[in-house]
Structures are given as structure tokens and as C-alpha cells.
Write a protein that binds this ligand. Structure first.
Ligand SMILES: *[C@@H]1O[C@H](CO)[C@@H](O)[C@H](O)[C@H]1NC(C)=O
Ligand SMILES: *[C@@H]1O[C@H](CO)[C@@H](O)[C@H](O)[C@H]1NC(C)=O
Ligand SMILES: *[C@@H]1O[C@H](CO)[C@@H](O)[C@H](O)[C@H]1NC(C)=O
Ligand SMILES: *[C@@H]1O[C@H](CO)[C@@H](O)[C@H](O)[C@H]1NC(C)=O
Ligand SMILES: *[C@@H]1O[C@H](CO)[C@@H](O)[C@H](O)[C@H]1NC(C)=O
Length: 533
């Protein structure tokens, strides 16, 4: 007899052979289903198993062997269970239920010997090793044990995912190396970007200026290509791609060799902004300190975490805090846009894990009501996880400074696709507030908040945010695979925030095509680096 749950948990089959109950197999597909699903599985098992046991017992007693499904067994045995059988069997059934109920509130004794698996349970049961109460306790012990195992494997999975997410894939590394090499060997790769006749356009406010800050060349190419291909007026698009010193040559080569005409592209390294290298800009130092404190204070979360008082979700957020992304200068750079682009009035700032699917020029026409930052709010919406972010999600309200200064119920908003009115911004003290809070957090050993750049921005931009329609910016494609394809198709910008970036193996397969359709697989560099093959 076989008991089989389909991975969707929708079906359960019991098959029997030779008229004997000799195998009871419970399959739980642990790899691709969420913790919550697993938890429900456990609950379902807990409810079903007693019933299965009763059926098993009756099947054994009666030698019923002509059924191959649970339903059929239920139909055959149902009337008997419901009382048409003789008194003794009815007593047996109700006694079993009574025992199972009692055991619910009893602790499983320490050191009890549990069967290794359900096969063994069934075989021990057949040899009448247990009375009903013992059986119920054993069953409960086994349920608890498998719940614990599932929890532990969930944590192990998170750790593996974390390392998978924070290492640069070989193909992307290769791309960067080869393009850097090209920069030194090929004059065309070093050509001025944009060509001299277009230089005035870089500060011309009649164009649509996009700013992208990243060290991932492939991701940058997807953002630029998707923006240009989705635009109704690509000749009005100017992209300012900012990267770090080590990626500069490779990034420059890429856009020199693969321009997206008629759009205009500028590539700049952080070392080329005078403003950033001035001694009095505390960001560089703050970032370094941040790194130091982070290593000191948070140490290695993976070793020594007590799994029994941590939930997978809080564990995941601890892991995320360790991710280098959250302390990189490229990430903090967005708070200096008014200074880095002194001649520009309005810009759209994009993260490198987005794809643009609609013409965005109307963003520049939105009335921001004098506010600085047009952003999508993340505290309401269909998705109960991605869209449930309030200040209490990001800040430590046990800290007196936070409790005193902030409202836990205030709605959070998202970075990733923001329209910034730099003229309005220049009249505020957003940057000073940002710096002040960065320093406060450093002083408090990073106990005010854990994740890098959004929390201080949530504080600094208070009162300066204009909510824009959620259809502009769909979040969460790197968090969860259940994002609906329909909503992905409808959104103007989709954002793979979360670990499962589309360029990583752990990216969600069905969401990847929305990104990869903008990768040029016939490009020699992409081909030779075997990207996502
Ligand atoms: C179940 O446990 C028994 C005893 O440890 C072992 O011999 C058997 O191979 C196990 N069966 C399965 C399916 O793991
Ligand atoms: C983990 O936490 C549980 C519950 O808080 C506690 O009983 C247990 O002793 C802790 N284990 C370790 C290794 O600290
Ligand atoms: C931060 O950590 C350092 C090093 O352990 C300690 O000396 C200092 O008191 C801590 N500061 C706060 C505010 O907890
Ligand atoms: C939150 O703040 C309190 C008070 O300063 C501190 O004891 C606690 O460790 C902080 N929590 C985190 C997760 O940093
Ligand atoms: C893809 O790359 C090839 C070779 O570099 C180039 O000829 C082609 O125009 C590119 N296609 C697109 C859509 O950019």
C-alpha cells in the first residue's frame, strides 16, 4: 500500500499490493515550496494520519484491497466508520480519536524511541507493538521531528541561497574582464562617450535624463536597452551610467561598442566626480566605518544562530544585512544627485535590477506637488508580503531614539524607480538629515536599523515624497516566485528586488524571460562568456 501526496498537496493516493499493507510513503517535496506551504503540509499530515491509520487498521483487518485511491477507500469504509459496523469496531474508532485528542496536549517524552520513518511505523504497527495511546504519542513525536527537520533544511537553504546570491556569477565576471581588456586594446572601445557634439545634451533639461548606478555591466545593458526599446521618443533619452573605479573601463567599453541609438549614453566612474572626492564629504568615510562596524558588530550570523528562537524570515533579513550591496558607495550615491548633476532639474533614478516595459516620459509631467521624490508606496496592495512595509518593518522601535522620532505606522516607499525633482531637492536639507542619521546609527552600533540605504532615506525624505501610481513600479520579482505574470505584463517598470536576481541561477525561471529578452545573445562578449546558457 502506498500513500502519495502530489507536490501540490492536492492529491493523496494509497495503493495496495498483495492485499497487504506494506508500505506507507509520505513524500514532501521540500525544495521548491515555501515554509508556509510546508507548515500547512505538516498540519494536513497531522490531521490525515490518524485517519489513515484507522483506515490502515481496517484495511488490514478486512483485507480490503480493491481500492487504489483514498477516496475509494473512504467510500468503502465510510459507512462502516459512520456506525453501520458492529459495536466493537465503532468503539475502536472513537477510542482512537479520543486518544489522539488527549495526546494533542501531552508533551512527547524526552528520549522516546521514534521509528526512523513512516515505513517503519507501519511495520511496527502491524506487529502490534503499540497500543492506541502509544501510537498517538509516537505519531506526534514524528510530526514534531519532521517539522524540525523541515525548519532546519529551510535555514540551510537560506544560507545556500545567500551565498549563491552574493557571489558574482562566472559569466558576468568574465564579461567585465574581457571588456576591460578591450578598453586597453581597442581604440573604438575608448572613444569618447557621448561623442563631443552631444556633450551639451548631458545638461539639457528638454531631454529625459535617467541615472543608473551599478557595477554590473550586463544588468546595466538590460536597463538601458529596455528603456530605449520601450520609449516612444528614444532620441530624447539620456542615460547617465555611474560605476565604480574597477568597473569603469569595462562599462565604458560596453556602451562604446554597443550604443543604443538614438539614445545618448554617458558613463562615469565615481572617481571622476570632483564633488565626491572632496575631503569634506563624509560618505566615503561613513561607508568604510559602516563596513568596519558591520563586521565587528554583526560578525558571522550563520554560525551560532539559535535556530529555535529565530524565524526563517528574520534569519533571512539578518543574512541580507551582510550583503555587500547594502554598504556600497554606488548605493549611497543616490543621495547626492543634486550635487552630482548640478545642471539637471528632473531625473529618474533606476536600480540595476529593473526592466522598463513602457514609455516613461510622462513621469516628467507628473505633478509632484512641490515634493522631491515621486515614489511608489509599499504599505498597501494585493501582495501581503512585498506590499506590507511600514516604518516598523525597517526600524528598531525598541531603541528610544527611533521610538521618540518616528511613527511605526508610517508608510514606506520604494527605491528602484524614482522621479526626483532636483530643483525642489536643492531647497531642502535632505542630505544633512541623511548624514545625521547615518552617524546616529553608527554611534549606536547599527542598532537603529539593519539594512543600508533605504532606512536613512525614509527618514531624510519625510515630507518630501509624492506617492505615484503603483502600476509605475512593480516590486518583489526577486523575493517570491508567485508574482503574477499578468501584473508583470502590466507594470511600467518591474523590479527584481530580493535575492533571486534574474542573472543568477537562483532567479525564478518563469520571471526571467522578462529580463533576458533584453540580453543580446548574439553579442560576441555575451556569447564568449557563456552568459545564462
Ligand atoms: C526506514 O527505516 C528502516 C529502519 O531504520 C530502514 O531499514 C529503511 O530503509 C527505511 N526506509 C526508508 C524508505 O527510508
Ligand atoms: C536556543 O533557544 C532555546 C529557546 O529560547 C533555548 O531553550 C536553547 O537552550 C537555546 N539553545 C542554545 C544552543 O543556545
Ligand atoms: C558599540 O560597540 C563598542 C564595542 O564593543 C562599545 O564599546 C560601545 O559601547 C558600543 N556602543 C553602544 C552605543 O552600544
Ligand atoms: C534595538 O534597540 C535596543 C535598544 O537600544 C537594543 O537593545 C537592541 O539590541 C536593538 N535591536 C537590534 C536588532 O539591533
Ligand atoms: C546584438 O549584437 C550584435 C553583435 O554585436 C549586433 O550586430 C546587433 O545589432 C545587436 N542587437 C541588438 C538588438 O542590439
Amino acid at each position: 500500500m502506498q500513500l502519495h501526496f502530489s507536490p501540490s498537496m492536492k492529491s493523496l493516493t494509497i495503493s495496495s499490493s498483495n492485499g497487504f499493507v506494506d508500505l506507507m510513503k509520505i513524500k514532501v517535496a521540500a525544495r521548491h515550496i515555501s515554509y508556509r506551504t510546508l507548515f500547512h503540509t505538516i498540519l494536513i499530515l497531522a490531521f490525515l494520519l490518524p485517519f489513515v491509520f484507522i483506515l490502515t487498521a481496517l484495511v488490514t483487518l478486512e483485507g480490503v484491497n480493491k481500492c487504489s485511491s483514498f477516496d475509494c477507500l473512504g467510500r468503502r469504509l465510510g459507512p462502516k466508520l459512520l456506525g453501520r459496523g458492529d459495536d466493537s469496531r465503532q468503539r475502536l474508532v472513537s477510542e482512537l480519536y479520543k486518544n489522539l485528542n488527549q495526546v494533542n496536549s501531552i508533551e512527547v517524552p524526552d528520549g522516546i524511541k521514534l521509528p526512523d520513518n513512516f515505513t517503519q511505523l507501519v511495520s511496527e504497527m502491524k506487529s502490534s507493538k503499540y497500543n492506541a495511546k502509544e501510537f498517538a504519542i509516537i505519531l506526534k513525536g514524528m510530526m514534531e521531528r519532521s517539522e524540525k527537520e523541515i525548519r532546519e533544511s529551510k535555514f540551510a537553504e537560506l544560507v545556500n541561497k545567500h551565498f549563491a546570491a552574493s557571489s558574482v556569477p562566472k559569466g558576468i565576471h568574465c564579461l567585465s574582464l574581457r571588456l576591460t581588456d578591450e578598453y586597453s586594446s581597442n581604440a573604438h572601445a575608448r572613444r569618447q562617450l557621448p561623442s563631443p557634439e552631444f556633450l551639451p545634451v548631458l545638461s539639457d533639461n528638454s531631454y529625459y535624463h535617467f541615472i543608473l548606478s551599478t557595477d554590473n555591466i550586463l544588468a546595466a545593458s538590460v536597463v538601458v536597452t529596455s528603456a530605449v526599446q520601450s520609449s516612444i521618443t528614444p532620441e530624447k533619452i539620456v542615460f547617465h551610467v555611474i560605476t565604480d573605479k574597477k568597473t569603469y573601463a569595462g562599462m565604458h567599453s560596453w556602451f562604446a561598442l554597443n550604443p543604443s541609438p538614438p539614445a545618448i549614453i554617458e558613463v562615469k566612474g565615481v572617481h571622476q566626480f570632483d564633488w565626491l572626492t572632496r575631503d569634506n564629504i563624509p560618505v566615503l568615510e561613513a561607508v568604510e566605518n559602516h563596513n568596519g562596524v558591520r563586521n565587528y558588530y554583526h560578525g558571522n550570523h550563520v554560525v551560532g544562530t539559535n535556530l529555535s528562537d529565530t524565524t526563517p524570515r528574520s534569519f533571512a533579513s539578518k543574512l541580507q544585512a551582510r550583503s555587500p550591496k547594502y554598504i556600497s558607495l554606488l548605493n549611497h550615491l543616490r543621495i547626492y544627485l543634486p550635487e552630482l548633476f548640478p545642471n539637471l532639474d528632473k531625473v529618474v533614478f533606476l536600480d540595476d535590477d529593473v526592466v522598463i516595459q513602457r514609455d516613461l516620459s510622462t513621469l516628467w509631467e507628473l505633478d509632484l506637488g512641490g515634493k522631491v521624490n515621486g515614489a511608489v508606496e509599499t504599505c498597501q496592495g494585493e501582495d501581503s508580503w512585498v506590499m506590507s512595509k511600514r516604518f516598523r518593518t525597517y526600524f528598531n522601535f525598541s531603541h528610544p531614539l527611533i521610538a521618540r522620532s518616528l511613527d511605526p505606522e508610517e508608510c514606506a516607499w520604494a527605491y528602484g524607480m524614482n522621479i526626483f525633482d532636483l530643483r525642489a531637492w536643492r531647497k531642502t536639507n535632505i542630505r544633512e538629515t541623511y548624514h545625521t542619521w547615518l552617524k546616529e546609527n553608527l554611534k549606536s552600533n547599527l542598532t537603529l536599523w539593519r539594512l543600508g540605504t533605504l532606512p536613512p532615506a525614509l527618514i531624510a525624505f519625510r515630507g518630501h515624497v509624492q506617492p505615484i501610481d503603483p502600476s509605475w513600479h512593480l516590486l518583489g520579482l526577486g523575493y517570491q516566485s508567485k508574482t503574477s505574470i499578468e501584473s508583470v505584463k502590466k507594470a511600467a517598470v518591474i523590479h527584481y528586488n530580493g535575492q533571486s536576481k534574474p542573472w543568477l541561477e537562483i532567479g525564478f525561471e518563469h520571471l526571467r524571460p522578462f529580463w533576458s529578452k533584453y540580453v543580446n545573445y548574439s553579442n560576441d562578449f555575451v556569447k564568449n562568456c557563456h552568459i545564462l546558457e
